[in-house]
Design a protein around this ligand. Structure first.
Ligand code: PGA
Length: 248
């Protein structure tokens, strides 16, 4: 079996003021012995200060979204180059909240991942089914469609991470059964293998959706799960560090 270094990534979403930078400092000091990769994506307003707070440590800071273009007349948007220029290392693309709130379709998500690579950033590409899709038994076909539509050509493990996030599990406290998580991850891996060949064995597939310290160890021990994308439980260093410990 191929060894993949786990990644635990926190997504603060639209949460966090400068006072919360203390959580970044606490995560930084709590991961000095971590054997997994650790990242936090704070809101754009805090990226620069978060990078300063993480400087000299293995904590990577990233953004929650980027525009596909290099620069230009796109009010309110931030380019991947701007994130890289600030010192960011990664960007989340295609999060379900962006797909829903901003009607982002697969082709746009793919363009954003390509923009991340152009700027030298790693992209965490999110996919996942709605509650209705799950109930109708469409989970695996939805994942397939999203992978086919949003995975750029030239995906490598160094610059692409996939996050499987069932939309109904995000922020709800609900999680799929371990069998369902394992089946989704195995399916994603096999589709990646079909599309890009052997490199797919090296690409990390994270699980996201109500991961917390109390369920992280059992979820992260499943086959083909290479870490977690964490929303709510990434806001407090003590919770986030509990998840990092489970990944170690
Ligand atoms: P949650 O969010 O951990 O709060 O469920 C996960 C995510 O949206 O990435």
């Amino acid at each position: 079996m191929v060894a993949r270094k786990p990644l635990v990534a926190g997504n603060w979403k639209m949460n966090g003021l400068r006072a919360n930078l203390a959580e970044i400092a606490a995560v930084r000091s709590g991961i000095s012995d971590a054997r997994c990769d650790v990242a936090i994506c704070p809101p754009t307003t805090l990226i620069t200060e978060a990078i300063d707070a993480a400087a000299g440590s293995q904590l990577m800071i990233g953004a929650q979204d980027c525009h596909p273009a290099l620069s230009g007349a796109h009010t309110g948007d931030v380019s991947a180059e701007m994130v890289a220029d600030a010192g960011g290392k990664l960007v989340i693309v295609g999060h379900s909240e962006r797909r829903t709130d901003h009607k982002e379709a697969d082709a746009l998500v793919r363009a954003k991942a390509e923009a991340a690579w152009r700027a030298g950033l790693m992209a965490i590409l999110c996919i996942g089914e709605t509650e209705a899709e799950r109930t109708s038994g469409a989970t695996l076909s939805v994942l397939e469609r999203q992978i086919a539509g949003s995975l750029p050509e030239g995906s490598t493990a160094a610059r692409l991470v996939i996050a499987y996030e069932p939309i109904w599990a995000i922020g709800t406290g609900l999680t799929p059964s371990e069998d369902d998580i394992a089946a989704a991850h195995a399916h994603i891996r096999s589709r990646l293998l079909d599309m890009i060949g052997a490199e797919a064995e090296l690409i990390r597939i994270l699980y996201g959706g109500s991961v917390k310290p109390s369920n992280a160890a059992s979820i992260l021990s499943l086959d083909d799960i290479d870490g977690a994308l964490v929303g709510g439980a990434s806001l407090k260093a003590v919770d986030f560090l509990g998840i990092v410990a489970a990944a170690n």
